[in-house]
Design a protein around this ligand. Structure first.
Ligand code: AHR
Ligand code: AHR
Length: 482
């Protein structure tokens, strides 16, 4: 059985079921998600390998070979047609064209399920999906449940990495107009014990960790690599459950009455569905989504326990984020451009600007050192990725900032560590490595007018130009000059 078969048996059927990793019904063999690739804009759909099974990741890998891919649609498996697509502007604009949010890279969150490769949805700040015309979801004070499987190591404190029920206008229409899972370290509204991340309920104008707004010590910090987060709500009752999606059972972090602050009892749910954003399209948060559902009716704790057992049995596990020629931690490397214009140019820096310069073994020692980088274990993000420390300025690393690459001293923050973590892949043009940002998997080291950026293929900035993209993002890595 799949999670939605279990909810059906419990009398609280799924009304939306989203996953890029697996079928959520034992007989589901339809589309899981749609991809669009950068080379020609073609789209394809990815389905399970067999009914009820894991996604066909090989089909994604061949469709996306030697180019970039975005996840354009996350299909609803419930039959209600509640598909998730690129979220529109609302109370806040997104960073993409016409104020839409960004789409996620298709390769940001590789995992295995019982040994079979699949891809989750790794959402950087600015990324969001929604369906503002969903059918069958709870409205008003109607009861519903929901769970999501998330990456408990990918979060931030911005508003709001959510999955669940939200406004149909993508604007804040008042207290009680949302009921969604939140995961992260926001302290603007509620908090739990420790410093987070926490599972909370986004009920609009408030992230709730328990009976009242503010701190509720029974809501623990949890950061399992794979987290199960569950919220349910009905007339004057709601609950938070959570646990390790790879083992064990769920715990109850809250179960009780609705908040007494005005507007939350009764609720005024509107029935839209959001992923990765707040109800008003607040889009500064980050997180990773593997699967999730919304139900009709208030699922019993017993039903949720059975769903958790099903998730654990799916066997989520980590896999490497890198491919291509291997890098050795501690070694000094040089990175040579492969675009026809520039094959004598190497990644170097001038003060804090990272650029390309013509370098040879006869260049000054200063320049040779400026064009040499020590490979370090990733400062943040995923341990299969790397950071690059300057040979001539120890303690300073290549990091992205406003999507330009800069050489900055490590300030010890989560932001810096994640900005300075990069994952080498097979070179997109067939040469060497392409080096993608861990925190923005749509973005790669790219030279543009001899300056380095983390660029996406066809994004809104000049340096995102599709022309020469594959060449500009492919680098031949050799022993460092110094
Ligand atoms: O409730 C927290 C957030 O407040 C909501 O997600 C958003 O709509 C509002 O900014
Ligand atoms: O480069 C994009 C973002 O810009 C970085 O993550 C952040 O440090 C800065 O705001």
């Amino acid at each position: 059985a799949g999670p939605c078969d279990i909810y059906s048996s419990g009398g609280t059927p799924c009304v939306a079921a989203h996953s890029t990793t697996r079928a959520l019904y034992s007989d589901y063999s339809g589309a899981l998600y749609q991809l669009s690739r950068g080379s020609d804009g073609a789209t394809t759909t990815i389905s399970p390998l067999s009914a009820g099974g894991v996604a066909d990741a090989d089909a994604q890998d061949s469709f996306c070979a030697s180019t970039t891919c975005l996840t354009t649609i996350i299909y609803d498996q419930s039959g209600n047609g509640n598909h998730l697509t690129q979220a529109p502007p609302g109370g806040f604009d997104g960073p993409d064209t016409d104020g839409y949010d960004n789409l996620a890279s298709a390769i940001g969150a590789p995992v295995t399920l019982n040994g079979q490769k699949a891809y989750g949805v790794f959402m950087s700040p600015g990324t969001g999906y929604s369906n503002n015309a969903a059918t069958g979801t709870a409205t008003g004070d109607e009861a519903e449940g929901m769970y999501a499987v998330l990456d408990g190591t990918h979060y931030n404190g911005a508003c709001c990495f959510d999955y669940g029920n939200a406004e149909i206008s993508s604007t804040d229409t008042g207290n009680g107009h949302m009921e969604a899972i939140y995961y992260g370290t926001s302290t603007t509204w509620g908090t739990g014990s420790g410093s987070g991340p926490w599972v909370m309920a986004d009920l609009e104008n408030g992230l709730f960790s328990g009976s009242s707004s503010g701190n509720n010590a029974d809501d623990p910090s949890i950061s399992y690599r794979f987290v199960t987060a569950a919220i349910k709500g009905g007339p004057n009752e709601w609950a938070i459950h959570g646990g390790n999606a790879a083992s064990g059972s769920l715990s109850t972090y809250y179960s009780g009455a609705r908040p007494t602050a005005s507007g939350y009892n009764p609720m005024s749910k509107e029935g839209a569905i959001i992923l990765g954003i707040g109800g008003d399209n607040s889009n500064g948060a980050q997180g990773t989504f593997y699967e999730g559902v919304m139900t009709s009716g208030y699922p019993s704790d017993a039903t949720e326990s059975s769903v958790q057992a099903n998730i654990v049995a799916a066997g989520y596990a980590v896999t490497s984020l890198t491919s291509g020629p291997a890098l050795t931690v501690g070694s000094s490397i040089s990175l040579r451009a492969t675009t026809d214009c520039c094959t004598t140019r190497y990644i170097a820096h001038t003060d804090d600007t990272v650029n390309t310069q013509v370098v040879t073994s006869s260049s000054t020692t200063t320049l040779q050192e400026q064009a040499s980088w020590t490979v370090r274990a990733a400062l943040g993000g995923d341990s299969s990725c790397f950071s690059f420390e300057s040979v001539d300025t120890p303690g300073s690393y290549i990091r992205h900032y406003n999507f330009a690459l800069l050489l900055n001293a490590d300030d010890g923050t989560q932001q810096f560590a994640e900005d300075a973590t990069f994952c080498p892949l097979d070179g997109l043009n067939g040469d060497g490595n392409s080096i993608r940002s861990w925190s923005y998997p749509t973005r790669y080291f790219r030279h543009y007018d001899n300056v380095l950026y983390v660029a996406s293929n066809g994004g809104v900035d000049t340096f995102d130009a599709t022309d020469l993209f594959n060449d500009d993002v492919s680098w031949v890595i050799s022993t460092g000059f110094a």
